[in-house]
Design a protein around this ligand. Structure first.
Ligand code: NAD
Ligand code: G6P
Ligand code: MN
Length: 445
């Protein structure tokens, strides 16, 4: 079909996610550049799916009756005839995120969604769910693309490389784009006008250059600001990442900068570089999972129920955010072969010259109909390289442990994580995680 007249068929996997309404709103506001033929929501939890699915049905009927819409828990219906699968599943849902965060904290270790033992535990669950989605797409829509937000994106990306090397999947993260938006506020520019160089693993990277649309170097000004204030901006800029716990994370970037003032750090480095500080400032009985369940989840599902009760989404509580704009921009760039530059998690292939060419790294990529092609970021210094090599080994050991059902390798993964002080502590945490994850992980020997 003539590309110019093509309309796209999209399935959102994890249709019951708190991020689904935002992505749907973003898709609707982009019908001029990324027109939809159909939109399907898919989740494996019928109840969650029905609440958001019904509310979005009302929204779609009011705003875009020309788009075929359905929600389902049937994979055949969900994945047949799709151009894109936008995935954001959370295997084990918030109940298991809470375990991921609270179990390590019992032993004085960082309890975090994607970092340290919690991230490893989540990775072991996500691999199963993501491989299932890749296989559904391969079976029912082999030419379609999967754009994946499901975390922990680093481990998921490594699992894709090892277990499904031919899959048409691009793994992404919204943190670099959210932080770039903060940077743009610091220098009074539009985020789209900032041109960046960046290297790292997911939730584990550094900006080495930020310039404006004319090539002027913005690094000195941003570095000066961040070294004093972190990424806290003078006025509120986004809807995501705004609660006090996130504000503390943005602020901590000031301390991260002291360790290496040459670059601008990803906020997630705080869990690896200041784990003792993070543990001291964590409440082992009330973690981020509790905040999200009492905050975002209640808000989104409350808004959905209100829309259903009112029978209209006019003046309803669904909102667009930066998170949604990235995935829609990515789908558009692939569809129209625009060669825009976006940060994605891809096989290194020399982009970071002195780093394993097969590592899944996060770097600027050219986006087009071939997917995401990494742009060379040059050589990286010893400190960052050392940290990345250790973390890459952790991620690889997790995937090897999953594939080989190896207790030993998973214990090694936890032991090697910079967030864990010793093999003894690693073993205690691992044994608790195994019990908590018995319905999700492969049995380890
Ligand atoms: P959520 O729990 O509200 O939504 C996840 C949904 O996935 C749930 O409705 C759940 O039932 C569903 N699900 C679980 N396993 C599934 C499976 N095998 N198949 C289909 N559906 C399944 O969580 P959330 O807070 O909205 O986050 C969703 C995901 O997006 C998480 O993985 C989160 O970490 C990720 N995320 C990633 C980024 C990023 O930067 N990469 C940013 C934000 C969120
Ligand atoms: C950022 C990260 C995501 C992560 C999210 C957690 O957006 O890039 O990978 O899932 O924060 O946010 P939450 O509000 O769920 O703690
Ligand atoms: Mn992320």
């Amino acid at each position: 079909m003539d590309k110019k007249n093509k309309k796209f068929n999209v399935v959102i996997a994890g249709g019951g996610s708190t991020y689904t309404p935002g992505i749907v709103m973003m898709l609707l506001s982009n019908q001029d550049r990324f027109p939809l033929e159909s939109l399907t929501l898919y989740d494996n939890d019928a109840e969650r799916q029905a609440v958001l699915g019904e509310a979005i049905k009302i929204l779609m009927h009011e705003q875009a009756p020309q788009i075929r819409y359905e929600y389902t828990v049937d994979p055949v219906v969900a994945f047949t005839g799709k151009d894109f699968c936008m995935a954001h599943i959370r295997v084990g849902k918030f109940a298991m995120r809470e375990q991921d965060e609270k179990i390590p904290l019992r032993y004085g270790v960082v309890g975090q969604e994607t970092c340290g033992p919690g991230g490893i535990a989540y990775g072991m669950r996500s691999i199963t769910g993501m491989m299932e989605i890749i296989d559904y797409m391969d079976k029912y829509s082999p030419d379609g693309w999967i754009l994946n937000y499901s975390n922990p994106a680093s481990i998921v990306a490594e699992a894709c490389r090892v277990m499904r090397p031919k899959a048409r999947i691009i793994n992404i993260c919204d943190m670099p784009i959210a932080t770039k938006t903060r940077m743009s506020y610091i220098v009074n520019k539009d985020p789209k006008d900032l041109d960046v160089r960046y290297f790292g693993l997911n939730h584990f990277g550094w900006w080495t250059s930020v310039t404006d649309e004319l090539g002027n170097d913005l690094m000195p000004q941003i570095q000066d600001y961040v070294s004093k204030n972190g990424y806290l901006t003078p006025k509120a800029i986004e809807k995501q990442h705004m609660e006090p716990s996130w504000q503390a994370t943005h602020r901590k970037a000031a301390d991260l900068m002291k360790v290496d003032p040459r670059f601008l750090p990803n906020t997630y480095l705080k869990y690896y570089i200041f784990p003792d500080y993070v543990v001291e400032h964590s409440d082992p009985n009330y973690t981020r999972a509790n905040e999200v369940m009492n905050g975002r989840e209640k808000r989104i599902f409350g808004a959905a129920r209100d829309i259903i009760a009112a029978g209209t989404a006019v003046n309803g509580g669904f909102e667009i955010d930066v998170h949604a704009s990235f995935i829609v921009d990515l789908a558009t760039a692939i569809s129209y072969n625009t060669h825009e530059i976006m940060l994605c998690i891809v096989e290194n292939k020399g982009a970071i010259c002195n780093f394993d060419p097969t590592a899944m790294v996060e770097v600027p990529c050219v986006i087009g109909s071939r997917g995401a092609e990494p742009i060379c970021q040059g050589y990286i210094p010893t400190f960052e390289k050392g940290m990345m090599e250790e973390q890459l080994a952790v991620e690889r050991l997790v995937v090897e442990a999953y594939v080989e059902h190896s207790y030993q390798k998973l214990w090694q993964a936890l032991t090697l994580s910079k967030t864990v002080p010793s093999a003894t502590v690693a073993k205690k945490i691992l044994d608790d995680l195994i019990v908590a994850n018995k319905n999700y992980w492969p049995e380890l020997h």
